[in-house]
Design a protein around this ligand. Sequence first.
Ligand code: ADP
Length: 440
Amino acid sequence: MAKPLIIARDLSIIYNKGKSNEFKALSGVSTDIFEGEYIILFGPSGCGKSTLMYSIQGSLPPGEGTLLIKGDDVYSYPPAERVYFQRYVMGIIFQSFNLIPSLSVLDNVALPMIFCDADKTTRDRRAQSLLDRFGVGHVSHKIPAMLSGGQQQRVSVSRSMVNDPKILLADEPTGNLDSVSTQQVMDKIDEINTFDRRTIIMVSHNAAHLSYAHRVYYLKDGKVVREVVNPQRKQIKPVREGETIVTELEQLARLFPYDSVETLRVKSLVNYLTQDYSFDQLMRLEKATSLFIQGKIDRDSYIKSLILPLERGGVQVDEKEARRMSTIAQKMITQGDDIRRYRARKDNDGIFFSQHKLAERMKEHLIHGHRIKLSKDQDKNMVEMIADRVTGVIEDEEMNERMMKGVRSGGMALSEKEADDLTRYFEKVIAQGVDVNYKN
Ligand code: ADP
């Protein structure tokens, strides 16, 4: 298995250690970043994103824990070697561009090459070709102040690439840009990842950027609280069985990056229960469902709050509908518990209730709820499929396809509609039972 390019283990960083204003900006952070990945460090201002990035960049030594880049502790390098590392292994782009105002655009880009062997003509040629590539070649003779923000940032992208670094770090690179320039800069950085195959580590608090990355580490108060893979990008980090199973929650987590796992669960369930409700009704339903998922109200109170008229804070659905919703919600929550038990018991098979029995039970619920009759072989294949999906061996699409396959090829020979209904329902149950929390 490929080794990570960057490994952080229990990394803590303390500013002003031993002084009255001592501050722990990072605590117990562990990350594995693989060559060629596009990683976003995401979270509210002050959560420690830049601290983590500058630590990887070699200018903030860990207070505790380890940080290895290509297997090396760069902080143990002699000063000259560390400078070499920062100059040739890492490229960096800043929010405020950090161009030198008195130098021409061309000289700004050529500057980091001054310490290499190439002569001035070669350096200028390389700088110019990068400026051309990033769409600012025509302004190379100007000074930075004569350029727009978007152009200046594309100059700094050119400068960051001039020594052909392996890793490109970007600290809120579009924080000072309008939306058109933001798009241009994001596209260029994306190209550096997909075309030049460079590893990207970007600090951002813009949710619109998350779709570019392979993975996002969510930080809060100096800790990594969640790691979410992007199901739309083929993953580079090897995914171990059962580690990430790409659930609806992960997709919701990208849409609602600041929401807690509980809130995402509520959204998943409410979305299933409703199709044609008004916004007001949906808000009320989310509130009631949230209390129900947390166990703060029982089923009867849940039903009551669904029936209650809008002006009295209820959802205003009729009693039959309220009962139907509560039955489904209750089932999904209970069945979600089975999923959780199954995954928790991965290594302790047979202690209380064997994994196999749990898979059987999940199958019973699923089949019963959808009024499908199964032969013995279909039944056996279904239990296997459930086990594979719950441990993350297969994704939802594959499970869906397998359900439609013939029984001899491990399938269940279901119709497309039956397979779709079962898949949709089961993914909802998984969303209740699997976390998207960061696994240390
Ligand atoms: P982010 O990039 O997520 O906005 P930072 O990593 O810049 O957050 O900062 C994390 C926390 O550490 C903040 O509370 C910030 O005030 C504090 N901090 C950052 N740099 C220093 C420093 N040089 N000295 C003291 N505290 C710092």
